[in-house]
Design a protein around this ligand. Structure first.
Ligand code: SF4
Ligand code: SF4
Length: 446
């Protein structure tokens, strides 16, 4: 779809400026071009032939985090993130894609084995200091001007991916009758491996079986860049796997993946056949937060109760680490960061708090602007390092005020960005995925 086809939606903006207060990029830069009103004015200029397609559009089009906060604050609910994303797609057609995008979206993300190999190579390079050499030689610059600086965000990379040790396949569980599919997001697979282990061990306690899916990337990275073609390649591979796998529910511990898997209908809005398949699988997709919350507080029936009981029985990998922090003086202050794809993408907000408040020896302390983007936004920090750091610094300032011992979230990309912020600011706060937190409960009660 071209920018012109969205003229009506773009023209909905009445220029009131209420979006300014909510936009993390505007709050960091103060530039009109960084806020919804400015971005929509730009799109209107393109449609009215006052602005030409050229690479000067890259910054205003690609600095949007896609966080959706402007829409929440807009009386007309103008969907700026979607409109900008759509314009990115036309930008690629008219101005061209970068080699790094092609490498990532066309040659790595559709193939988990290649991604594992690339991650292993990166781990070898990083952990041995070779990436510093590559940086010094300027080799990393082929990925963009900011990647060499952003390279420090991840402290250390695991040598083996989650699915390198836990191969895709069916694993026996201890539960009675729930067949669970575990969708492993790229972040958990190659970086947050400990989170993957915690979730997997817990799911095995719950389900009669757990199928570690041989899925590829959910497609959100190319989608966020407006690369619809490569999004379809990824979505199609995943839909085939979902259709061929006999499971009752598909759980993922990445809120971004969960949100996007539920939104595959956006990708196929003109393809009725695919839409039917999307609808069939959509009802099975669960963010691990809503899965646990529905089990503990919401859904009726013994099965749901049994699910959560067995989940809390588990002693996942993260349990010991959580316990060390909590047992410091018997009580830990815990706060929560809402990933954009959980709070605005799926409407999940109170569930995470209720789960955390139900944990023993914990004082939950709400953080100001908890639902503001952390600046991670997928690979945003790799391409717009300075802006991403400004957004992150604001988040860390808010975190400091809570004096929290533990920061919890449910998105691996947010975890990476927030961990970097904590390190950079020299805080002692530890960060955990909500899977690790909930699995800690029974170990304390026992
Ligand atoms: S709040 Fe909505 S209508 Fe008002 S300027 Fe921002 S995008 Fe336009
Ligand atoms: S989606 Fe987020 S970053 Fe983009 S204009 Fe809206 S508030 Fe700003």
């Amino acid at each position: 779809m071209t920018v012109s086809a969205n003229y009506d939606a773009i023209a909905q903006c009445n220029k009131c400026g209420f979006c300014h207060v909510a936009c993390p990029i505007f709050r960091a830069t103060g530039h009109e071009s960084g806020v919804a009103r400015g971005r929509l004015a730009l799109l209107r200029g393109i449609i009215e032939n006052r602005i030409e397609w050229n690479d000067e559009l890259e910054d205003p089009l690609f600095t949007c985090l896609g966080c959706g906060a402007c829409t929440t604050n807009c009386f007309g609910s103008v969907p700026t993130a979607d409109l900008v994303l759509n314009a990115r797609s036309e930008y690629f057609d008219k101005v061209g894609k970068k080699p790094a995008h092609r490498l990532l979206f066309e040659h790595l993300l559709p193939y988990p084995k290649r991604l594992h190999l690339a991650a292993r190579t990166a781990a070898l390079g990083k952990n041995s200091g070779a990436s510093k050499l590559a940086n010094a030689l300027g080799l990393l610059r082929i990925f963009g001007r900011d990647l060499p600086r952003a390279e420090g965000i991840v402290e250390k990379l695991p040598m083996s991916s989650f699915r390198g040790t836990t191969k895709p396949g069916v694993y026996e569980g201890e539960g009675k009758d729930l067949k669970i599919g575990y969708f492993v997001g790229c972040g958990v697979d190659v970086i947050q491996v400990e989170t993957g282990k915690a979730t997997f061990e817990s799911l095995k306690k719950i389900g009669k079986s757990v199928t570690v899916l041989d899925n590829c990337c959910c497609g959100l990275p190319p989608w966020s860049y407006g690369d619809i073609e490569n999004t379809k390649v990824l979505a199609e591979k995943n839909l085939k796997i979902f259709a061929e796998t006999d499971v009752d529910v598909i759980v993922t511990d990445c809120s971004s993946c969960a949100s996007f898997l539920k939104e595959y209908k956006k990708v196929y809005k003109d393809d009725q056949q695919k839409l039917e398949l999307v609808e069939k699988t959509r009802s099975k997709i669960r963010d691990v937060v809503e899965f646990l919350h529905a089990s503990e507080f919401g859904e009726s029936g013994d099965k749901a109760k049994e699910v959560v009981d067995s989940y809390h029985d588990s002693h996942a990998v993260g349990t010991d680490a959580v316990q060390k922090v909590v047992s410091k003086d018997g009580k830990a202050i815990v706060t929560y960061h809402d990933p954009c794809h959980a709070v605005r993408g799926q409407g999940i907000q109170s569930e995470s708090r209720e789960l955390l408040k139900s944990l023993p020896n914990i004082e939950f302390r709400e953080m100001a602007e908890a639902d503001w983007c952390c600046g991670g936004a997928g690979s945003y920090a790799l391409t717009h390092y300075d802006l991403s750091q400004k957004v992150l610094d604001r988040k860390i300032d808010n975190l400091k005020k809570t004096e929290a011992d533990i920061l919890v979230t449910s998105c691996p990309a947010c975890m990476i960005q927030l961990a970097w912020g904590i390190r950079k600011h020299g805080l002692k706060t530890r960060i955990f995925h909500i899977s690790e937190m909930t699995s800690y409960k029974e170990s304390v009660v026992a």
